[in-house]
Design a protein around this ligand. Structure first.
Ligand SMILES: NC(=O)c1ccc[n+]([C@@H]2O[C@H](COP(=O)([O-])OP(=O)(O)OC[C@H]3O[C@@H](n4cnc5c(N)ncnc54)[C@H](OP(=O)(O)O)[C@@H]3O)[C@@H](O)[C@H]2O)c1
Length: 264
């Protein structure tokens, strides 16, 4: 089953959502799934406005309002201005999906301070700044809202050579809990999703990434996750369906973090 075969249930109707990194990959799937559920969406990219606009255009064919914008989430002034622009355009901001992320592989003995800082700037600082800007807007409009932070299975278990990626995503897990505890009194729920390897089936990624394909075969479910599966989890946490869920991480990794046993 893919996302196109699903009946629309309008769970996000009347809600406005900002998706960082929403123009490609997992973020694109999240953007379009939210639009399918009736949300007005703002698709934010770091640089690639063309791709973000293409996703917004696709969302508009689903009958919702959609806009595209560019900002560096690690730049306080830029992300604050972007959040203000979304609120001004749509009249409010109800949900933030902190999806934008960066990675960089190297053994710790060889990892440079610059690479550590670059990954933390996007994954940890960026998630904080975007979350704070969104929460300030939500509080200013009277409270209520939801934030979904995309971390990663690497936040919950390590593999050699992942550089600062896992530590920065572990910071996102703690940040999720911190935000949830502090902002609950404003009616803002904050949760997260930690995906394992996510690839679109039928795209030939196994041939392009044979090492990852071999790893994926050892996952208890013996497959990669699909972008739409992450998107559905985000909708659950962002919508009233997840109304009593707060400060939680939903780990979508086919069962990997549950075991050290390697199958196959
Ligand atoms: N793919 C996986 O297997 C996997 C697994 C676990 C977790 N995740 C997490 O899931 C999220 C999405 O992953 P993905 O693989 O779909 O990502 P991706 O294809 O690499 O896309 C990353 C997106 O983030 C945006 N971005 C990067 N730095 C930014 C910044 N400083 N400010 C604003 N936007 C920025 C990029 O904008 P531009 O388009 O302008 O460059 C792009 O749209 C990330 O947080 C990633 O760590 C992914």
């Amino acid at each position: 089953m893919d996302t196109e075969q699903k009946t629309r249930t309008w769970r996000m109707s009347g809600r406005t959502v900002l998706i960082t990194g929403g123009g490609k990959g997992i973020g694109r799937a999240i953007s379009l799934e939210l639009a399918r559920e009736g949300a007005d969406i703002a698709v934010l990219a770091a640089r690639d406005l063309v791709q973000a606009e293409a996703v917004a255009a696709e969302a508009r064919t689903l009958g919702v309002r959609a806009m595209a914008l560019v900002a560096d989430i690690a730049d306080d002034a830029a992300i604050s201005a972007a959040v203000a622009k979304v609120a001004e355009t749509f009249g409010q901001l109800d949900v933030l999906v902190n999806n934008a992320g960066a990675s960089g592989r190297a053994p710790l003995l060889e990892l440079t301070a610059e690479d550590w800082d670059r990954v933390f700037a996007v994954n940890a600082r960026g998630a904080f700044l975007a979350g704070r800007a969104a929460a300030r807007q939500m509080v200013a409009q009277g409270g209520g809202g939801a934030i979904v932070n995309i971390a990663g299975a690497s936040a919950h278990r390590c593999y050699p050579g992942a550089g600062g990626y896992g530590p920065s995503k572990a910071a996102v897990v703690s940040l999720t809990q911190q935000m949830a505890v502090e902002w609950a009194r404003h009616g803002i729920r904050v949760n997260g999703v930690s995906p394992g390897p996510i690839r679109e089936s039928g795209t030939g990624w196994e041939e392009r990434e044979p090492a990852l394909a071999a790893e994926v075969r050892k996952i208890p479910l013996q497959r990669a996750g699909e972008p739409w599966e992450v998107a559905r989890a985000v909708v659950y946490l962002a919508s009233a369906d997840g109304g009593y869920v707060n400060g939680q991480m939903l780990i979508l990794d086919g069962g990997s973090v549950t075991t050290w046993y390697i199958s196959g």
